[in-house]
Write a protein that binds this ligand. Structure first.
Ligand code: FAD
Length: 448
């Protein structure tokens, strides 16, 4: 029994069914989950259109006349809806083809084996040998603010883009916050970013964050550093954000990007004896089992890395564990080796050990860095921004991690991610016969 049809739930359902399990999956909204409905897919689709707009502002360096592109909100909305529908249909077809029973409704555990499903037709109880909680998370709204879905928004209320804000204040400078800054500024909005520390992306390598801050400043984004928002209020058609240091920002809209909370309430976890931590995340072991061994949790609700890719891999591992495959061919999920990307301009991606973390524990590392400006393809693309950084073990040459800032960073990081997962050495990258001219040549140089 799988509760939730996002990346964690639908991947677990597909694999478990493929391995011979009889699977029922309950989803209260849409198959594909929040990832398809509000998060990854709409945000990346809007960023792709915004990116095309900002690219159109830079084409004059490529032997073309510059023309300002204009947004057609209706066309953009139907593009987002079209992509969502296509992905949803594809995932539904895949699940049905594997024989997964799909229920559209809300699930609640009655005890550790019985799940009550409330659908439009009524209520039904499904008994299961194993249960996966894959219910995801929702945006965190602080007590000092009330969102109105009109001008004071959560990230979910930015789609479909009914209007583009003239000016917007983004609260929160983590991954989601900076992606929204990038998105709205690409569409021409005047953006203010409230940054509680002295650096955007406080968890990231300062060199990486510096490239992004430069881009923001060039776009005219106002960075309000060292400030915490303490209130957000409507004043007529304006939104007023007040900060703890007395600074006040006026804009037409504001969006909260300050993290999310788990969807673990109202699920009957108490009745099933499942433990959650102080923030409501289901506590899991390395097999994604809760304290009740046949009840698993995967995805955002498990409090690990809140990424679709991680949720899907957890779902796959749960299916393998439930079906006893871990005894045969099961590699444990190592969250420290998860690649992640930030879809700004330039893109930012990293994987594995970070330089600062190695220094913090006194670990000896070799760090090599190559700027894209030295790569022929960057010159051809008329985009020289960014760099590749590879972190390796000085004694063995094993690749431990890396960061890429620049065009297509989210794609290029796959090479380093593979090296980190498979314990490859820098020489394995150097001796790969890569394409020329390609941005990937910078990877080989950085591995040298
Ligand atoms: C703005 C934004 C952009 C993002 N972009 C990216 C990105 O580019 N790449 C990336 O890897 N990650 C991204 N993420 C993170 C990613 O969206 C999540 O990590 C991912 O959705 C988690 O998947 P999940 O399966 O745990 O949950 P979800 O996708 O949230 O799915 C959970 C599902 O469970 C259902 N559900 C909940 N309770 C019940 C119930 N009681 N009964 C039945 N159904 C229920 C919900 O309706 C939901 O559909 C982004 C997040 C945000 C906020």
């Amino acid at each position: 029994m799988i509760i939730g049809g996002g990346p964690a739930g639908n991947t677990a359902a597909t694999y478990a069914a493929r391995l011979g399990a009889q699977v029922t999956m309950v989803e209260r909204d849409v198959i594909g989950g929040a990832a398809h409905l509000w998060d990854c897919i709409p945000s990346k689709t809007m960023i792709a259109t915004g990116g095309a707009m900002s690219f159109s502002r830079r084409i004059h360096g490529m032997g073309l006349e510059q023309q300002e592109a204009e947004v057609d909100i209706e066309a953009l909305t139907s593009r987002i809806e079209g992509i969502k529908a296509r992905l949803q249909q594809g995932t539904t077809r895949l699940l049905e083809s594997q024989g997964v029973e799909l229920l559209h409704g809300t699930a609640q555990l009655l005890n550790d084996h019985d799940v009550q499903v409330t659908t439009a037709e009524g209520t039904r109880v499904v008994a299961a040998d194993a249960v996966l909680i894959a219910t995801g998370s929702r945006p965190r709204i602080p007590t000092w603010c009330t969102t109105d879905g009109e001008r004071i928004l959560t990230t979910r209320e930015c789609y479909p883009p009914r209007i583009f804000p003239e000016s917007i204040t983004v609260i929160g400078s983590g991954v989601t916050g900076v992606e929204f800054v990038h998105m709205f500024s690409s569409f021409g909005a005047k953006v203010t970013l409230v940054v509680s520390r002295q650096q955007v992306l406080p968890q990231k390598d300062p060199e990486v964050a510096a490239v992004l801050e430069d881009d923001f400043l060039q776009r005219g984004v106002h960075l309000l550093k060292g400030a915490r928002a303490t209130s957000i209020e409507r004043e007529g058609d304006a939104v007023v954000v007040r900060c703890d240091d007395g600074r006040v920002v006026h804009s037409s809209h504001a969006v909260l990007a300050i993290g999310s909370i788990p969807n673990s309430d109202g699920l009957g976890l108490d009745a099933a004896g499942v433990e959650v931590d102080s923030s409501g995340f289901v506590t899991i072991n390395r097999h994604c089992q809760s304290n009740v061994s046949h009840i698993y949790a995967a995805g955002d609700v498990s409090g690990k890395l809140p990424l679709s890719s991680v949720a899907a891999m957890q779902g796959r591992k749960v299916a393998e564990h439930v079906m006893g495959l871990q005894k045969v061919a099961h590699r444990h999920l190592d969250y420290d080796k998860a690649a992640s990307a930030i879809f700004t301009e330039p893109e930012i991606a990293d994987v594995g050990l970070a330089e600062a973390d190695a220094f913090a524990v006194g670990r000896k590392i070799r760090v090599t860095k190559v700027p894209f400006s030295a790569t022929p393809k960057a010159l051809i693309n008329n985009d020289f921004r960014g760099f590749v950084k590879i972190i390796s073990d000085p004694a063995t040459g094993v690749v431990l991690g890396g960061s890429i800032v620049g065009r297509h960073a989210a794609e290029l990081i796959s090479v380093i991610a593979l090296a980190v997962t498979a314990n490859l050495k820098v020489t394995d990258i150097v001796e790969s016969l890569l394409v020329h001219p390609a941005l990937a040549e910078a990877l080989a140089e950085a591995a040298e």
